[in-house]
Design a protein around this ligand. Structure first.
Ligand code: GTP
Ligand code: MG
Length: 328
């Protein structure tokens, strides 16, 4: 498997004092990558001192990675940006048609959100992409492991086995390439997401799935008076996932539920949950709905894709092309 993020020790970060390094190492932040993908509040908690210092350490870790050619700097030439885009990879969802909608698959360095009603295929996309991620790029994978964070208890090993068997993929190799974590409540999910950098690095993971990002928040923050805190914590969680995608150059899939918007007079009243926080922090948003036996995916928010739709289906092989698409 490809090494995703080669080690860059904390000691290489400008202004890193030995005792700060010890404190960071002690709290599981073991490399410049982990420091760069951290949030100032958690660094402040670990190293103490003032908030500016914590922010500076993170900024220094980022600029060290920029100098090392691992990240694009705050101000980069267009050709540098173009070069970093060449490194972008795609993980297949299992359906060429859905991959086409996404511009080649689930993109590294970005967050792709799939939202839709019960049974619209969100978890099936998560399972299929996780099963394919370890494959080499020419076979639709990213050549690395997948980390599956499950907040709903809907992860199925048997289903993964069936998907890979139907596709002629070695089952043991596929199952060994997926790391599973069940998050039981919001604080647990927050801790898991905080620790993801280390797991991505140690396991050469190239895809992180959070299925779903919202349901624990919805069930634990009830009532209007809790909304502000819920949105703030969700925002921090999304920010962490964003940093993770960017710093480690990995693909992140999140799933989200829908709610009915009461003030829609015309058109589909279904809206993704999570409000503006989720809307602004996902790079791509894909709306899934059923249409008979098939599923329709619509790219509803993307910085560069036009609005478009794709059809796919769910079979023994997981997410797949419809017969019509296969015949094209
Ligand atoms: P919620 O998590 O309930 O919001 O829904 P979801 O969008 O995650 O739905 P999911 O991806 O679990 O899709 C469920 C649908 O996928 C089912 O209604 C089936 O149509 C299909 N499906 C699930 N498991 C299998 C399977 O083992 N074989 C086949 N052929 N289809 C399956
Ligand atoms: Mg699901």
């Amino acid at each position: 498997m490809a090494v995703v993020a080669e080690e860059m020790p904390l000691s290489e970060v400008d202004g890193m004092e030995e005792r700060t390094e010890h404190k960071l190492l002690g709290s599981g932040i073991g490399s410049a990558f982990e420091l760069a993908s951290s949030m100032p509040d958690e660094i402040l908690e670990v190293v103490g001192g003032d908030a500016r210092n914590a922010a500076l350490l993170i900024a220094n870790a980022r600029s060290r990675l920029v100098k090392g050619g691992r990240l694009v700097g705050e101000f980069a030439t267009a050709s540098e940006v173009a070069k970093s885009k060449e490194r972008v990879g795609f993980c297949s969802t299992g359906s060429a048609s859905l991959d086409g909608l996404l511009g080649g698959g689930v993109e590294t360095g970005s967050i792709t959100e799939f939202f839709g009603a019960f049974g619209s295929g969100k978890s099936q996309i998560c399972h299929t992409a996780s099963a394919l991620c370890h494959l080499p790029p020419k076979e639709g994978g990213l050549g690395g492991r997948a980390i599956y964070v499950d907040t709903e208890g809907t992860f199925r090993v048997n289903r993964l086995g069936e998907i890979v068997r139907s596709r002629g993929i070695d089952k043991d190799e596929a199952l060994d390439s997926i790391l599973y974590c069940r998050a039981f409540n919001v604080p647990h999910l927050e801790a898991v997401v905080r620790s993801l950098g280390g797991h991505v690095r140690k396991n050469d993971a190239r895809l992180v799935v959070v299925d779903s990002v919202i349901n624990l928040f919805r069930s634990e923050f009830i009532g209007r008076e809790t909304l502000a805190e819920r949105q703030q914590r969700l925002n921090i969680l999304m920010h962490r996932l964003h940093n993770l995608a960017e710093v480690y150059g990995i693909a992140v899939i999140i799933t989200n539920q829908v709610q009915s918007s009461p003030n829609t007079l015309f058109g589909d009243p279904t809206r993704p949950t999570g409000g503006h926080v989720l809307g602004h922090s996902s790079t791509y948003r894909v709306y899934l709905r059923r249409s008979g036996d098939e599923r329709v995916a619509a790219m509803v928010d993307s910085p560069h894709h036009p609005y478009s739709e794709a059809r796919f289906t769910v079979t023994d092989a997981g997410v797949s092309d419809t017969k019509k698409e296969r015949g094209r």
